[in-house]
Design a protein around this ligand. Structure first.
Ligand SMILES: [Zn+2]
Ligand SMILES: [Zn+2]
Length: 274
């Protein structure tokens, strides 16, 4: 059966593979289609598409927009968007500027607490793309402040720790509307832990144009996948999935292809897009 991995990161956000390396890895994993879903960035697509021409691999346009909902992060995936639209490019640039400002405040707070780290240290780990906390965690390991990225998060970077800076940015409704306007289908990334059915969150998101839920994700065991699959069916939504692979890390091999969805999911997304 032809398979697709629809949640993948590259050096255009916090992934380790360049778009070309990701395409090569996808081919090795025997995939028929992939979606690049970099955080707040669609700049990796041209390179991935160019590389994929050598193979029988389809590259779907994608994005993962980090939004803020009641002071928490809610990630919205977008598929089959026209990423060349001027307003879309500007919108993501604005999102990335908000990330940049947040990172400056993180670094400032760390420096105020005598932690040796600078913006230049963070940028060294960020490749082309959107700055994120994982880059700051890598810088803290490199500077000997902590012994692992996990420790960096626990001690300094997660909600409630002394250097934590709340995120600012688009709301989930705004992200979904933007994805729809760009001709795409919006899906809630790794919904595990989000109280979708409390209050009327899911109804609000559907009203904004939500088209799918991410059912297959490494953080979601079979019982949760079943739960989200039936929720999607109940609300007339499509389902999506992928490995959320960020490339090989700390001796661990890349996960790409270790989890996947049938290629039919790609057809369903295309049918709903536009
Ligand atoms: Zn995410
Ligand atoms: Zn992701």
């Amino acid at each position: 059966m032809a398979k697709a991995d629809l949640h993948l990161h590259t050096t255009y956000s916090d992934g380790r593979f360049t778009p070309s390396e990701l395409v090569d890895a996808a081919v090795l994993a025997g995939l028929r289609a992939i979606a690049l879903t970099d955080h707040d960035h669609t700049g990796g697509l041209p390179e991935a598409r160019l590389r994929a021409r050598n193979y029988r691999l389809e590259v779907i346009s994608g994005v993962e927009i980090n939004t803020v909902w009641q002071e928490r992060e809610l990630h919205v995936l977008g598929y089959c968007i026209d990423e060349t639209l001027d307003w879309w490019v500007d919108l993501l640039a604005t999102q990335r500027q908000a990330r940049e400002r947040r990172m400056e405040r993180f670094v400032q707070r760390l420096q105020d607490q005598d932690v040796p780290v600078t913006m230049a240290d963070v940028r060294r780990h960020a490749g082309h793309g959107a700055l994120g906390r994982p880059h700051l965690a890598q810088a803290l390991v490199e500077n000997g402040v902590v012994s692992s990225e996990q420790q960096a998060f626990v001690q300094w970077l997660s909600y409630g720790s002394t250097a934590y800076v709340p995120r600012e940015g688009m709301s989930p409704v705004e992200a979904i509307q933007a994805i729809r306007k760009a001709g795409g289908v919006a899906s809630i990334a790794h919904p595990k832990g989000l109280p979708l059915e409390e209050g009327n969150l899911i109804e609000t998101l559907i009203e904004a144009g939500l088209g799918a839920l991410e059912v297959v994700h490494p953080s979601q065991p079979p019982v949760l996948r079943e739960y989200y699959r039936s929720m999607a069916e109940h609300y007339g939504l499509l389902w999506t999935g992928g490995t959320d692979d960020h490339g090989p890390k700390g001796g661990r091999p890349a996960r790409i292809g270790s989890d996947s969805v049938p290629y039919a999911v790609v057809d369903a997304l295309k049918a709903r897009a536009g």
